[in-house]
Write a protein that binds this ligand. Sequence first.
Ligand SMILES: [Zn+2]
Ligand SMILES: [Zn+2]
Length: 402
Amino acid sequence: MISRISSLSSPTSLSLSNALRQVKHWLWDADLRLQRRGLQLALLAILAAVAMLSEFYVHGQFRDIPGLLNADHVKVLYGVKDVDLSRVEAPIAATLVKASVAAVLFAAVIGLADVIFYHRLVGRPFDWESMINISVVNNVFLLTVLFTFVNPLIEDALVYYDNALSVVPTIVHLNGFVAIIIAGLIADFCYYWSHRWGHKIRLFWNLGHVNHHRSRNLTQLTYPIDPPTLFLNIGNGKVFVLVMLPVLAKVFSTDIHDSGWALAFIMIFEAWTTPSHSVVLYYAELRSGILRALRWIFVTPAVHFTHHSREDQHNISDGCNFGARFTLWDRIFGTYVEPPPYIPATGLFSDDADYCNTPLRYLFHPYVRMFQELRRNNIRYWPAIIFGRTSYDPPVPVRSSV
Ligand SMILES: [Zn+2]
Ligand SMILES: [Zn+2]
């Protein structure tokens, strides 16, 4: 009787709740796979083309360090504002600009090669829907974090940069080249630990680094950028090159003009290591002893790719190969793992980990999951839920498919 009354009295509310359920299904639960024929195939082709173009753009913006493409910024970077770049520093400035452009173009070509050769190298079809999802996630990142916070901050940082540089003390007087290599090692030490904490501590992991590791279809065109850890990874990216390296170098040398060529060397090397999620470059390393030998010192693409492995032997209590440029710190702290002689499976370690097949779920799933954990557990477990180790499970666990 009651059900009869309710069904008679609220057809509108029923249809509204049905509609809401449908919306939730499409935004959150659905596996948005398109069929490989007819109109759906055409739609997939269009979405994939847009996703690839936007990925080139996003990664170009993210990686390219726009400030370095401007000679005036290069002058500020070296603290040589009054120097005529067309004479004294011209070769260094030109090399830096060319290396920056080369890094972006090389990453784009490698990204395309990854898509073309993925099936042949990995043995699985390329997952186009995953690429489209990740491209939406990365574009949201670009529109929000990069344009709203990072780029304006970098402009401000450059304005005050030469003043800041003048107050940095020099504690030992080394050659500029040596100074910047030492500075690079210190910056990498900071990156190593911020990245390792990003894996170990629930707050940092769930703030977004988990999303960077979610892709089982990892290539140079399908790696999600995680906005929050951009700020945690202080030894990496724009902040590393624009601010940390020159400031740290000043600690070890009064004349950082000498360090220009070392920085140019690092930038050229970055052109090779920037596509660090590439299956094609992984394969190149498998075929070349010279490229493999570089792992003694540098984080090559295969070394970072192995950081994304979900195979048991690479999970040394929550991860391996945390360094950005040098393998030294992973070797010292026992987290270095030699890349296997095949391209390892990537993604999250647990088999019941959520695949997140809609963009919205991809972006917000970790936050929703942590919120559910807090809601379902007593307040005395909250510190452990927020600041505990990533491996911690609260008394009332939340299934990965919340
Ligand atoms: Zn990581
Ligand atoms: Zn990565």
